[in-house]
Design a protein. Structure first.
Length: 294
């Protein structure tokens, strides 16, 4: 059974996050709502060295520990259904990684409905190219959660086309890797998921795709090339509608000759490593132990 903290959080999310977008009208209201400010909170900037720069018309934050020059980097791509800005929970996760002695690059990519997937890859490639001036690919990790995890995987698949090396590792938390939401087990899981509404996800996917086929590998990287990937760490809870596709991705990477590592938490909700709960703390500790090996 999941922890009391997880169950209480799930109840609150069901009321405040899922129910308002279980109808098409509600989903479209959220889609068109004003975006939050992506800037890191004050506690974060007081503890770390933070700089912001513009790359290809979008902002990217570089975060360093208070002291020292790290030789290892993480490119962290935040989630939010391709619609919502980076949140305080994301900045907490970034802080944990920075405090392990990493340079962390946080790209603030354009969001739907104002932007689509067609604009994001040039930006992310440019951010990664800049990052390689500071650390080698052998000491660089791509990480992300939810939509950001899908982007991190799609970016990794796209790098050879730009003549760039792939990172040493992929760390994917509750990855959204199939925008078609066509896995037959999703309706069964959706009843247990207190956060993600398929109605909402389909509206967000439609806006992000911008008229393109959502099955395209740039949108659904589970359909892209899975050969020659670096080691891939997958974190997923069983009360997450992305659970079936994450397990499928794990199996497909293994079939392609890769080395996936699936961290599965019974009863845990979407992006549970980011949330304040015993399950989240255990997963974060596992993530940080893995990063120390890079």
């Amino acid at each position: 059974m999941s922890s009391l903290a997880m169950r209480l959080l799930a109840a609150g999310l069901r009321r405040t996050r899922k129910r308002p977008v279980e109808s098409v009208d509600g989903a479209r209201r959220r889609l068109n709502a004003p975006k939050d400010d992506p800037a890191p909170p004050l506690w974060f900037t007081r503890k770390h060295r933070v700089t912001r720069r513009t790359v290809d018309g979008f902002d990217s934050y570089t975060v360093l520990p208070a002291q020292g020059e790290p030789s290892r980097s993480v490119l962290y791509v935040h989630g939010g259904s391709y619609v919502s800005e980076i949140s305080p929970w994301h900045w907490v996760m970034v802080a944990h990684i920075v405090d392990e002695g990493f340079r962390v690059e946080v790209p603030i990519y354009g969001l739907a409905p104002e932007h689509t997937h067609r604009e994001v890859f040039g930006f992310l490639v440019a951010v990664y190219r800049d990052l390689l001036a500071y650390t080698s690919p052998e000491r660089t990790v791509f990480a992300g959660d939810s939509a950001g995890a899908g982007l991190a995987l799609a970016l990794t698949q796209d790098l050879p086309a730009h003549g760039l090396p792939r990172p040493a590792r992929l760390l994917l938390i509750s990855p959204w890797v199939d925008l078609t939401l066509s896995h037959p087990d999703i309706p069964r899981i959706e009843v247990r998921d207190p956060w993600l509404s398929p109605v909402w996800l389909r509206e967000a996917a439609r806006a992000w795709a911008g008229g393109d086929d959502p099955a395209l590998p740039s949108l659904s990287p589970i359909n892209g090339p899975l050969e020659d990937l670096p080691p891939v760490d997958l974190y997923i809870g069983t009360a997450d509608v992305f659970h079936p596709d994450t397990r499928r991705l794990n199996d497909l990477i293994a079939l392609a000759g890769g080395t996936p590592d699936l961290y599965e938490e019974e009863g845990a909700i979407h992006v549970f490593p980011l949330v304040p709960s015993p399950e989240g703390r255990r997963a974060r500790a596992h993530i940080l132990r893995t990063l120390r090996t890079v």
